[in-house]
Design a protein around this ligand. Structure first.
Ligand SMILES: [Zn+2]
Ligand SMILES: [Zn+2]
Length: 136
């Protein structure tokens, strides 16, 4: 319990069981109803389609998807945080997720190599100079 800024409108409110101010919470419940209504007629929908059909802010829809509010009603796709490919779960598409894990692995295994890759990238010619080295 305590005073918090509402993540939606920025007003101060007493935080308790709900994560935002009562006015925004009420609005969000209405928004959620609208989306659920819309999804009832669909097996699949993208975040963009929902936004266009209901007028609910994409940020709000996204938050609801993450909270699992529409689970079991419909498969909702939304863009991967990295490349924008439409995905149905998590934060990134499979490809970016794999890339990300690879990067983490690499940086753990060999920090020096990663620094090298970064500086190559900054020069903008890393790939090509390495290719040349290989065939020399
Ligand atoms: Zn608010
Ligand atoms: Zn991606």
């Amino acid at each position: 319990m305590g005073l918090k800024n509402c993540p939606e409108c920025g007003k101060l409110f007493v935080s308790g069981t709900i994560p935002m101010c009562p006015a925004c919470y009420e609005q969000e419940e209405k928004d959620e109803m609208k989306i659920v209504e819309y999804l009832r007629e669909k097996n699949k929908a993208s975040m963009e389609e929902i936004h266009e059909a209901t007028g609910v802010k994409e940020r709000t829809i996204f938050r609801m998807i993450k909270a699992g509010r529409f689970m079991g009603i419909s498969d909702i796709s939304y863009p991967c945080e990295v490349c924008g490919t439409l995905i149905f779960g998590g934060r990134m598409c499979d490809k970016c997720n794999t890339d990300f894990l690879e990067q983490v692995k690499k940086s753990n295994l060999d920090r020096a190599a990663k620094v090298q890759i970064e500086s190559d990238k900054n020069r903008g010619a890393g790939m090509y100079s390495r290719e040349r080295d290989r065939y020399r």
